[in-house]
Design a protein around this ligand. Structure first.
Ligand SMILES: Cc1ncc(COP(=O)(O)O)c(C=O)c1O
Length: 396
């Protein structure tokens, strides 16, 4: 490996959201464990990004900045080279985060009482965006096929055909199930939405995190009709572990939709923009960090394999879902015969392990754990040893 995926920086009591959750459970700094919950990585920042940021700090003034033409062109060439998508610089709108962007989209394109569909279990801020704005949550349950999920297209079509349903928030790749939707699946989704006039807000924040053998298709790249009926939400944040810089790139190919989104952004700031260091980091990442990303994906894939081998050997009743994309492994522990609350208790109190509990992603997630694999492999081994000791008392 050319890059360092072993060093871990102190995040205990530093304000890290992921670590704060663990600290709440009275974990001691000496316990030699890291949390496997919130989706940021424990890997150190790619050196090319650190260098670019240092250069910026040394040479520039930290004033107000809009994205430069060079920045926008770099983002578009990344889309072209990694995902074969011919995006145009003028489609890109700034947003300090993808979550902000889908909240904004819900407020911009739907009204009180309108239906907004999501495919559960799914990244839970999506349901918050719907409920907190008094829209109606339309739940298109994914069908669990054992170690993967399928889309219930009949249910999706039925719900989309209700004239009150105005929007689908698509999670692609899907968090927490690790699904990378195929071009065929995305095409069926897009056709249903076009037919019933449902706008697609495609959250593709994990689009760079694709495991070997899988291909991510950008929703808007499938056809011009789809492009005109969607927003594509992207960011370098998950890919290069720079989420704290809160910089994302929102693609809105349809000029009318774009104008509407901008007008709505301008209600809270007449000149919407992102953090200057976020632009610098994103540009450096897309220009110089492709090799870092490839190595990072190989570490995540190796971590996945370690967990799969362990479960097959020690706890075969645990179903490990196929990890097609993201670094979030979805495990179904229901086969252990313990309630989901008991599983949570054992993890926290006995194994001293901190995953994202599956139930936060929807009721179908009860008894599941979402395991963030973006960490040095030694932590995976340590966690598995703790699991073995803790669960052996309950499972024969
Ligand atoms: C699907 C999805 N969207 C959005 C986010 C967060 O986006 P941001 O930090 O840009 O607001 C996450 C983080 O886990 C995510 O998984």
């Amino acid at each position: 490996m050319k890059y360092d995926f072993e060093t871990v920086r102190k995040r205990f009591n530093t304000g890290s959201m992921k670590w704060n959750e663990m600290v709440k459970h009275d974990v001691k700094e000496t316990e030699d464990i890291i949390p496997f919950s919130v989706a940021d990585m424990e890997f150190v920042t790619p050196p090319e990004i650190v260098e670019a940021l240092k250069r910026e700090l040394d040479t520039s003034i930290m004033g107000y900045e809009n994205p430069t033409p060079e920045y926008l062109a770099t983002v578009c060439s990344w889309m072209k080279s990694r995902r074969n998508w011919d995006a145009k610089p003028e489609w890109i709108l700034p947003s300090s985060g993808v979550v902000n962007a889908f909240f904004q989209a819900v407020r911009t394109y739907t009204n009180d009482g309108d239906g907004v569909m999501i495919m559960t279990p799914v990244y839970y801020p999506m349901s918050i965006a719907i409920n907190s704005t008094h829209r109606k949550l339309i739940d298109n349950h994914l069908i669990n096929t054992g170690t993967s999920y399928e889309i219930d297209f009949d249910d999706m079509e039925r719900k989309a055909s209700d004239p009150d349903t105005k929007m689908l928030i698509l999670c692609s790749p899907h968090n927490p199930t690790g699904k990378v939707w195929t071009r065929e699946e995305l095409t069926r989704i897009g056709e249903i939405c076009l037919k019933h006039d449902v706008l697609v807000v495609s959250d593709e924040i994990h689009f760079d995190l694709i495991m070997p053998g899988h291909v991510h298709t950008v929703f808007a790249s499938i056809s011009d009709e789809f492009a005109q009926n969607c927003l594509v939400l992207t960011a370098p944040s998950k890919t290069f572990n720079i989420a704290g810089l809160q910089t994302s790139n929102i693609f809105v190919p349809n000029p009318k939709l774009r104008e509407k989104f901008l007008a709505s952004l301008r209600l809270s700031n007449p000149n919407p923009k992102c953090n200057i260091l976020g632009y610098v980091a994103c540009e450096a990442a897309y220009k110089h960090c492709a090799e870092w990303l490839d190595e990072c994906l190989s570490v995540i894939d190796a971590n996945r394999e370690v967990v799969c081998d362990f479960m097959a050997r020690e706890f075969p009743a645990v179903k490990v879902h196929e990890l097609e994309g993201t670094y979030l492994l979805w495990l179904n522990l229901n086969g252990l015969g313990l309630s989901y609350k008991e599983i949570e208790r054992i993890n926290h109190e006995e194994a001293r392990l901190f995953f994202d509990e599956g139930y936060v992603f929807g009721k179908q997630g009860e008894g599941f754990e979402r395991w963030n694999l973006a960490c040095p492999t030694r932590y995976i081994h340590e966690a598995l040893a703790r699991m073995k000791e803790a669960y052996s008392k309950y499972v024969r």
